[in-house]
Design a protein around this ligand. Structure first.
Ligand SMILES: [Zn+2]
Length: 233
């Protein structure tokens, strides 16, 4: 399945508090060099842009080693179906921009947007310690940066609404600037001019954690969708 997105763990496992890294960067690397995730103990946001880059709340962006571990990551190869120049793009109209080229309601899409962003709002968490707090508590304490006129790349995925317990439904994008000094999970962005590249993905392969903690965790969260919306959007 050459166009598959390979996903390690599920978003509801992460939201339920499984923050321990259980998949190595070296293992994830075998399946692609494009994607996103988060690092052990929710220390940082991970941007997979050839290298696995980690953006922590209190540290400089760094390249991760193969032995470091991740609780959640999605990777794929990226060979764009189309690369187009677009104008006046922001988080709320990205769907319309993409829908112009591809009916995307029922498929996964790998998305890359490059250029100078007029405004960008991103966040990075801090490393957590056991017993881990709830995911909502973690993200209340995150670092939020609002920057202007920053050049870089948004990397991530579009996930159809009906897969919302597996991945973050809608667009899930992480950012890395061209100097690799600033990165994080994208809350909002706008660009007057940008390059949009996408690849439609018709399959997803999922690796579930083998840990005892995962096996025994109750993942039937009643308020899951509310929590994901609060944390990921
Ligand atoms: Zn994210």
């Amino acid at each position: 399945m050459k166009k598959a997105i390979v996903q390690f763990s599920t978003i509801n496992a992460l939201m339920a508090g499984l923050f321990d890294g259980v998949f190595s960067v070296g293992e994830a690397k075998k399946y692609g060099d494009f994607g996103l995730g988060c690092s052990h103990a929710l220390a940082g946001e991970v941007i997979v842009d050839h290298d696995f880059l980690e953006a922590d709340g209190d540290k400089a962006v760094k390249v991760m080693g193969d032995n470091e571990v991740l609780p959640f990551v999605q990777v794929t190869t990226f060979q764009p179906d189309k690369v187009v120049d677009i104008t006046d793009v922001c988080k709320s109209n990205l769907y319309a921009h993409l829908a112009h080229y591809l009916p995307l309601d029922n498929v996964f899409v790998a998305v890359r947007i490059s250029g100078q962003f007029d405004e960008l709002k991103i966040r990075r968490p801090f490393a957590q310690h056991k017993p881990y707090p709830s995911v909502v508590k973690v993200f209340e304490q995150q670092v939020v940066d609002t920057v202007e006129k920053v050049t870089g790349t948004l990397i991530g995925f579009w996930t159809p609404e009906f897969f919302k317990e597996l991945s973050v439904a809608g667009f899930h994008l992480h950012f890395i600037d061209t100097t690799r000094k600033l990165g994080g999970h994208v809350i909002d962005f706008s660009a007057s001019n940008a390059e949009l590249a996408y690849e439609c993905k018709q399959s997803v392969q999922i690796a579930l954690p083998e840990s005892e903690e995962y096996l025994r965790k109750n993942l039937k969260m009643d308020d899951l969708n509310k929590v994901i919306k609060q944390v990921e959007n």
